[in-house]
Design a protein around this ligand. Sequence first.
Ligand code: DP6
Length: 323
Amino acid sequence: MTASRTATAVAHSNIALSKYWGKLPVEGNYPAVPSLSVTLGAMSTTTTVRFDPSLAEDTLVLNGEALGGATRPTQRASELLERVRRASGVTDFASVHSANDFPTASGLASSASGFAALALAAVTAAGLDWSLDRVADLARRSSASAARSIFGGFVALEDGVATPVAPPSALAMRVLVCVTTEAAKTTSSTDGMRHTQDASPYYAAWLQDAPKAHAQLRAALAQGDWPRLGQIAERSALAMHACAMAAGVVYMTGATLAALAEVRTMRSQGILAYATIDAGPHLKCLVREADAEQARARLAQVAGVIRVLESAPGQGARIVPGL
Ligand code: DP6
């Protein structure tokens, strides 16, 4: 078959409001707890996959840099491509070109947007006519948060299944990403979770509490109850980090805590801003659109905050036509 086995997809990053942390002890990379995220319109990855009979192995070019076949990113991409080859009958290796529209040197590089774009591009290039649900299942196997980036707006990930629960317009909110370092993060989420599961005295408590917080967050979202949604989101992040920290897994730095203090000061002054933090030192501030400018200016003044990126809720993953 000589049909052009190539496709380009774009997918956005996402930030969890109720956090996923920990995996079920089964094959398939299933989260141990449910989560709910907002897709970030301002941060995206564009990925082109080309199955090519002349290749002797899968290749990956990330932000213009050719990564070797033995590197972890290339291996992870190749694992996904192998699943697509098995499902489609395509036997060729593939070249993958992937680029982010946000600074990746700062450790913001997101496996979520990366694997969501790769999954959609690879499935399409292989000629598979899959539903987005099936593409999300494929993306989850590489990185669970990537399943949520297949969809836009507010997306739940429950029992390993990603489902959009509200459109981007459901809440007039902004996410302010406080960039606190240019360095890549030291402990990946996958490793951080493994240590937490093995060593945190609070992991059992996290498994009990996280589903409750998730259900409360879904209810607050359905009611459009901003302060409640923000409070639960902040609490979910702090509970996740408390659990991880008890196992020695520390992602926060002084700058993260300084930004958290500023978010809380704003709140005490009537600006309904809330914080969330993933497996890295960059605090993300959740604010209503009307407060975004003021909050952004204040966070930019915090010692250790290098710059502040702003994002509105965004769309799901899609194929870029004609490329
Ligand atoms: C803290 O999805 O990056 O961002 O499935 O091992 O690739 P793997 O982990 P990943 O973990 C995300 C953890 C988090 C919380 C969240 O996004 O829900």
